[in-house]
Design a protein around this ligand. Structure first.
Ligand SMILES: Cc1cc2nc3c(=O)[nH]c(=O)nc-3n(C[C@H](O)[C@H](O)[C@H](O)COP(=O)(O)OP(=O)(O)OC[C@H]3O[C@@H](n4cnc5c(N)ncnc54)[C@H](O)[C@@H]3O)c2cc1C
Length: 229
């Protein structure tokens, strides 16, 4: 968007009055560094009230905002982690790759998504950009139910890293160039009346949903949260 000086000044004033700040505490980049775990401190945020998966609107460049999912949060210390997939070229991925401990994170606000845990079996499926989202859903589901599912990673090394870092019931699936390996994974699962949560890459979600619609063994519900296409 091309803005003249007056528009920029007005935008800056609005931004400054609305922006809140947090601090980056630590950054852990996977090998190669196209996936980043970013620990942040968000003072004043009441994380006790989170009952559904949240998204934070972060300023990643001048007048540019991207949504990420706060996960693994600790309401006592007001800290959480953002898990950012950054193998592509975009202002969000460039911002994530540039972060170091001590950096300031400016954000517009934190809001709820429609995903919250339900009683009963939960199956989650999504690409690597949805890892934080499903870890957040798992945190909210503690004491309610256990999640199972699959997360697609575009690099084999990240499949290995996921296995070594996370003791979870999610299975890492190597998904190269959006080849719908997650759909093949779903084809091999016995389904029943679980609630299936789909998140992340929208074309993959569309295919997964189509697959679920034609499955005779599946009598459950599907909940969708598209991120990007
Ligand atoms: C509610 C919500 C929560 C989200 N939570 C997370 C999160 O926790 N972690 C996370 O990584 N993302 C998350 N996203 C997605 C993130 O906001 C988008 O992927 C964002 O567009 C990335 O911004 P960008 O500036 O890097 O790329 P953009 O400028 O938006 O896109 C540049 C190009 O890259 C492609 N692209 C965008 N994202 C990806 C990707 N992940 N992999 C491959 N290609 C991509 C686009 O199709 C486009 O061609 C969330 C989105 C929403 C709506």
């Amino acid at each position: 968007m091309v803005m003249n000086i007056i528009q920029k000044k007005a935008m800056q004033l609005i931004e400054n009055s609305m922006l809140k700040s947090g601090t980056v505490l630590a950054v852990r980049s996977w090998e190669p560094a196209t996936f980043h775990e970013i620990d942040v401190h968000l003072p004043g945020v009441n994380m006790y009230k989170w009952q559904s998966v949240q998204h934070i609107k972060v300023k990643v460049a001048p007048y540019t905002y991207r949504d990420y999912t706060p996960t693994l949060w600790d309401p006592i210390t007001c800290t959480c982690t953002l898990m950012i997939s950054a193998a592509h070229y975009g202002p969000g991925s460039q911002w994530a790759a540039s972060l170091t401990a001590g950096a300031t994170l400016d954000y517009m606000g934190i809001g709820s998504t429609l995903h919250k845990p339900v009683d009963g079996d939960i199956l989650v499926i999504g690409d690597q950009s949805s890892l934080g989202h499903f870890l957040a859903l798992r945190q909210l589901a503690l004491g309610i139910g256990e999640l199972q599912g699959a997360i697609g990673f575009s690099l084999k090394s990240h499949v290995q890293e996921f296995r070594s870092y996370f003791d979870t019931l999610f299975q890492p699936v190597h998904e190269q160039s959006w080849d719908y390996s997650l759909v093949s994974w779903l084809d091999k699962q016995d389904l029943d009346n679980e609630t299936v949560y789909l998140a992340g890459h929208i074309p993959t979600i569309v295919e997964l949903r189509k697959n679920l619609r034609i499955r005779k063994d599946f009598t459950g519900k599907v909940k969708v949260q598209g991120f990007w296409s």
